[in-house]
Design a protein around this ligand. Structure first.
Ligand code: P6P
Length: 340
């Protein structure tokens, strides 16, 4: 690069967090900044672990055991341990829900005022195929005077203070919202820093892409089959072309594409998954928050706003339809028409 072409004023996630702390009253304590910094460390560590594990697996060393003779841990467990340790040592997290932990974790010695819910490695079944996987996180402030209990996380999605995901693909990306828009970052592995690459992201208001596992068609309610079939018919606004289908089968990858290109992603209820497959606290809630903050919508099969739901148990599931406002409105009209 010639000298003038090098950007010397790059915004790292660390700088972004400090600027947010400086200018945002609600996070002025610095506790939130420290938490986000611990979060980004966890993402970097998981990213590096995944890339190394892939190589180890590919080199046929999957039976390898470490110095103490431990059997090589599954990536889900590794990701979970990395995440829990990063959050516990941050000192600012009091309560932690993880897809990998049956019960809530309460860090009694921490004086923190945050509760965090996460899916440490979402989509891990796709890893061996080299498909992008990710870590999904939702964040709540503890209830007033709470010393950390299940009440801090069985709350409406409206009470989330932040949501983010890291996607471990060709690059490692982080998409983050703290309630005033969405900003995206890309990991520069030489610097070891996340760099701001998608400032103030807004998703397209409409896009002729739908993303759903059509292998479940036979198990869907009829009105859902009718809606999806309707997308395959010639569309007047597309000069007679139908929608395109894109389904990766890794929520973080499908939602990332939807945030950047627009369109619709759905995992509806079906006869196999009566309450849906995706978890409310650490899949539907954070993705719904990010999509709404990027100008999109997120509802369940009945058309209820995802963020207005409240889980009864920490691993509760929900159906979900998320994406561009136009596509979600099409679904709402369809069921509205259906209910009429
Ligand atoms: P299906 C991955 O296992 C996951 O939890 C999400 O990442 C993904 O969206 C969904 O399940 C895929 O489920 O039934 O289509 O394979």
């Amino acid at each position: 690069d010639s000298a003038e072409s090098i950007n010397t004023d790059i915004v790292t996630l660390s700088r972004y967090i400090l600027e947010k702390q400086r200018y945002s009253a609600k996070h002025a304590t610095g506790e939130f900044s420290l938490l986000l910094n611990s979060l980004q460390f966890a993402f970097k560590f998981i990213s590096q672990t995944i890339r190394r594990a892939e190589l180890v697996n590919l080199m046929g060393l999957s039976g390898a055991s470490n110095a103490t003779g431990d059997q090589q841990k599954k990536l889900d467990v590794l990701g979970d341990e990395i995440f829990i340790n990063a959050m516990k040592t941050s000192g600012n997290v009091k309560v932690l829900v993880s897809e990998e932990q049956e019960d809530l974790l309460v860090f009694r010695n921490n004086s923190g005022s945050y509760a965090i819910c996460c899916d440490p490695i979402d989509g891990s079944s796709n890893l061996d195929a080299g498909v992008s996987v990710g870590t999904i996180v939702s964040l709540f402030r503890l209830l007033p005077d709470s010393s950390g209990s299940i009440k801090d996380v069985l709350r409406s999605g409206r009470e989330m203070v932040a949501a983010c995901y890291a996607m471990y693909g060709a690059s490692t990306h982080v998409m983050l919202t703290t309630g005033d828009g969405v900003d995206g970052f890309t990991l520069d592995t030489n610097l070891g820093e996340f760099i701001l690459t998608y400032p103030n992201l807004h998703m397209p208001l409409e896009c002729p892409i739908y993303s759903i596992n059509e292998g479940n068609t036979l198990y869907w309610e009829q009105h859902i089959q009718d809606f999806v079939n309707g997308l395959k018919e010639p569309q007047q606004f597309l000069n007679g072309k139908p929608y395109s289908s894109r389904y990766i089968g890794s929520m973080v990858a499908d939602v990332h594409r939807t945030l950047l290109y627009g369109g619709l992603f759905s995992y509806p209820c079906d006869r196999k998954n009566k309450h849906g497959k995706l978890r409310l606290l650490y899949e539907a809630f954070p993705m719904a928050f990010l999509v709404e903050q990027a100008g999109g919508k997120a509802v369940n099969d009945k058309g209820e706003r995802i963020l207005d739901l409240t889980p009864e148990h920490i691993h509760d599931k929900s159906s979900i339809w998320l994406g561009s406002a136009y596509e979600i409105d099409r679904y709402l009209q369809h069921i509205g028409k259906q209910q009429a």
